[in-house]
Design a protein around this ligand. Structure first.
Ligand SMILES: [Zn+2]
Length: 328
């Protein structure tokens, strides 16, 4: 079941070893960025823990338990995920009750996806179960934001860290498994910061439209591009900043090396080569993006941050003397 997980050899090896040796913790906390295989690993681990004849820490895929698991009807396998914004206390109570019943097969396994969404009340209600789950049950909490969990919850779990994926791995996965054209996959891999889940999200048409808008604005910063009826929330402005950042990074790399190899915005090479900003201007632009990022983190109004940035980028561009270059 682990074969679908790429680039997480360390975490997966740990899970396999635990299963093989039988030294299994009561509660695990799978942490790491979103979309890097944490949930898939939780499923693989759960299947192995439930399997009647797991080999080398991996579910056999053939026994009765494995077939039940694959059909989505294993009576001892429980998944909690947010409906809406949170996982409420009623769900936690239901799970606690289910764990109190004798398992049909070997043991109960519970996976809580986006565990940070369990309400504080729910987390408190779950502490006792986490510390000592009845009948050898195993609890797996999956989260990209462990800092949002109560310290008392975190301290009761055995943490398994999942890493950001290497961009090369993301490209391969996108091309081979999701049929993304290689050029697009290369852009998405870098933009996503090593997360396949995020890369697929970025592929949505509205994200591509946003990228167009940001690049237009980077080429000719104008306040009208960001004004109007649009309402900006923090996440959207973060997307703007990520696209800006990548564009200026590309320009700077290209300006320094003269090589388009490391360029990410490969579909925009023509504009990249024509861009007029000097090195100093590029560094100043990158700094402006970084400053905007800090303001956003400090909860400055997202719209103001974005407008301020565009004004600053515009003034950097106007203060530039175009670099002298040959036109032959
Ligand atoms: Zn099996």
């Amino acid at each position: 079941m682990y074969e679908v997980i790429r680039g997480q050899e360390v975490a997966v090896a740990r899970l396999k070893a635990a299963c093989r040796s039988g030294r299994i913790a009561h509660a695990y906390l799978f942490t790491g960025p979103a979309g890097v295989g944490k949930y898939a690993a939780a499923r693989g681990f759960a299947a192995a823990l439930l399997c009647a004849s797991a080999r080398e820490g991996v579910a056999c895929g053939k026994c009765f338990s494995c077939r039940l698991f694959q059909s989505g009807n294993h009576p001892d396998y429980h998944v909690l995920a947010p409906e809406g914004v949170t996982i409420g206390i009623e769900k936690i109570r239901r799970i606690t009750f289910a764990l109190g019943q004798r398992p049909h097969h070997r043991r109960h396994v519970v996976v809580i996806d986006q565990a940070e969404k369990v309400t504080a009340e729910g987390q408190n209600a779950f502490l006792k179960t986490l510390e000592d789950p009845p009948g050898g049950a195993v609890l797996i909490l999956v989260t990209a934001h462990p800092n949002l969990l109560l310290p008392t919850v975190v301290s009761r779990c055995c943490e398994v860290r999942f890493r950001r994926l290497h961009p090369g791995v993301v490209v391969e996965e996108l091309v081979q498994r999701h049929g993304v054209p290689p050029d697009e996959a290369k852009i998405l891999a870098v933009l996503s910061g090593g997360s396949i889940g995020r890369a697929l999200e970025l592929r949505r048409p509205e994200m591509m439209a946003l990228r167009e808008k940001v690049l237009r604005c980077a080429l000719a910063p104008a306040l009208r591009e960001v004004q109007g009826s649009a309402v900006y929330n923090k996440t959207e402005v973060e997307e703007w900043l990520a696209f800006f950042n990548l564009w200026y990074r590309d320009l700077l790399l290209y300006r320094i090396t003269g090589d388009s190899g490391p360029v990410v915005n490969t579909d925009r090479l023509a504009e990249l080569k024509e861009a007029r900003l000097s090195r100093t201007g590029l560094v100043a632009s990158l700094e402006a993006v970084e400053a905007a990022r800090r303001m956003l983190r400090a909860n400055v109004n997202p719209r103001l941050v974005l407008e301020g940035l565009v004004v600053r980028l515009g003034s950097i561009m106007r203060s530039q003397k175009p670099e002298v270059r040959s036109r032959n």
